[in-house]
Every structure is written in C-alpha cells, then in structure tokens.
Write a protein that binds this ligand. Structure first.
Ligand SMILES: [Fe+2]
Ligand SMILES: [Fe+2]
Length: 302
C-alpha cells in the first residue's frame, strides 16, 4: 500500500466524514451523470435518480437539512421536498460532480450492492405503508433504507480491494458482529453530511436496532434490520411463519404480521432480481424503459 492509500485508509477508518462525495451506483442516476451539463432532465427523472442512489440520497437530504438550506428549521426526509429546498441546479451539480467508480470496479459488478439497497428500501417502504403505527411515511423509510449501507460505498471508493469481502457478506449474511465498521462509517458520513438524527442513528444500528435509545431511530433501524434478514435468499418462509428466525423479536416489537412479511419478502426479492436484470441488460447505457416493480415516487404505487 502506498503512502497516499495508507493516509486515505487512516482517514476513512477514523474520520469517515472526510469523504466529500462517493460514486453513483444507480443506473438511473448514471443516465443523468452522462448528460451534457447544458441539459436539464425532467423532475421525474431527477427524483428517481435521487430516490434510487445511496450517495445521492444521502448527500441531497443532508444538504437540504444543513444550515445553508434549512432556514425554516423543518426536517426534510423525502427526496421531492429536498430537491424543492436545494433547487434543481444544486441537485444536478451533485450528480455531475460525483466521482466515477474506481477503475478496477465495473458498474455491473457493483449492481449487487445497488440491488441489495433497492430491495431493502422496497421492503422497508412496504412495511411502513402497511403499519398503522408507523412513525414515518413510507417514503421516509425508503430513503433511509436506500442509504443504510453507504459505509460499503465508502470502503470500495477508497479501498476497492474490499469489494470481494463486501460481496460475500451481501450474498450470505451481513449482520455478523465483525461487520460493524460499515455501520460506523455510515454513521460518520450521515452526521458529517447533516442528515437528521433519526437517520444517523438508524444507519449506525441497522444490524443492532436494540442499541437505539431514540424510539424513532429504533423503529427505522428495526424495519431495516427485519428487511435485511427477510431478504436473505436462504431465509425460509416456513421459518418466518413459525417465528423461528433471527428477526422474530423485532417483528413482534414493531407489530408486523407474518402475512405482511411474506408479501413484502416476495415483492422485494422481485425488485432485487429486476434491478440485477436491469443493470445487466444489453446496451445498459441506452434509454431507460419503464420498470414494472421499481416505483419509488409515491406511497400508493403498489
Ligand atoms: Fe444491508
Ligand atoms: Fe449493513
């Protein structure tokens, strides 16, 4: 490792917040990244790019809650509100100034991380939409969930050789106890980028929601934690039905029915597969078709 890389590793390990920006991994956002600077996309395309990309979602939401934009001191935790607050030009600059992925990583490879984030966000949103006691709107659950693993993005951005380890975790199980750094790095970034406290805490504890003392953060991290376990390919629907799985306690605490969980699981796994197909479609740099399942614009779009 050269001196520069060592210095970067030190900074990332102890001060993740030094990262100013991270690569875009959503194909929808990459479409806009490739546009000439003189072209402004439709507000729908812009909103979809921010709703589907972990870095853009985090940076935009943080900026909209920062001292530079939050003049009325109201917390903003949805993409449309955040774009309204910062303006289209600022939002477009976030996209066009995002760095590329490290040359050793292909966007097609990193699609596994994107599909994971999209599936967890879909599951979190569906649960929020169907829980009368949910303290947050479905769109808020989606936004925080799309950001939840931003620590991995930091790791691959500064140390691309960590990708194999991240990939293995995403394909098996993420919640092992030795996997805390990505949560802490996510927390650092979220704090440094001015995300609201509930989002910071939820990202910090998304594999250990019991550690959240704030009830709102605990709810958000609980929903994300359930989604993570629910979406493991080897999680058995029969075990979920019998409440013999590791998220059973949190399921009871958040009052999520087992029937709802099974529906959520099926839908979110479809979103995962559709994201993978979409990211690997022939001519992936071409025109964006309308997808059947990936709809993140509103609360009633199921
Ligand atoms: Fe995750
Ligand atoms: Fe995670």
């Amino acid at each position: 490792m050269d001196t520069k890389s060592k210095y970067q590793s030190f900074l990332i390990q102890y001060h993740a917040g030094v990262a100013r920006d991270l690569p875009i991994i959503s194909p929808f956002a990459r479409e806009l990244w490739r546009l000439p600077r003189t072209r402004t996309p439709s507000i729908e395309a812009l909103t979809r790019a921010f709703q589907t990309d972990p870095f853009l979602a985090a940076k935009l939401t943080g900026a909209s809650n920062s001292v530079f934009f939050a003049h009325d001191h109201f917390i903003v935790l949805t993409v449309p509100e955040a774009i309204r607050r910062v303006g289209v030009r600022y939002a477009m600059n976030l996209i066009s100034e995002a760095p590329p992925l490290p040359p050793s990583l292909d966007p097609g490879e990193v699609a596994v991380l994107w599909a994971h984030c999209m599936a967890v966000a879909d599951a979190a949103k569906l649960m929020a939409a169907n829980l009368p006691s949910a303290p947050f709107a479905p769109e808020v659950a989606h936004l925080v969930a799309i950001i939840h693993d931003i620590g991995y993005l930091l790791q691959i951005s500064y140390s691309p050789n960590t990708w194999d380890d991240i990939l293995a975790r995403l394909e098996r199980e993420e919640s092992h106890t030795d996997n805390a750094p990505h949560q802490l790095q996510g927390e650092e970034l979220a704090k440094f980028w001015s995300l609201p406290l509930a989002a910071v805490e939820a990202i910090k504890s998304h594999h250990e929601p019991n550690r959240c003392s704030d009830p709102h953060a605990r709810w958000l991290s609980g929903i994300i934690a359930i989604s993570e376990v629910l979406l493991q390919r080897n999680s058995e629907p029969r075990q979920i039905e019998a409440d013999e799985w590791s998220a059973a306690t949190m399921r009871k605490e958040l009052n999520v029915s087992r029937e709802l969980l099974l529906q959520v699981r099926e839908h979110a796994l479809q979103v995962h597969d559709e994201c993978m197909r979409y990211a690997h479609r022939p001519g992936a740099d071409g025109v964006v078709p309308r997808l059947q399942l990936i709809r993140t614009g509103g609360d009633n779009d199921e």
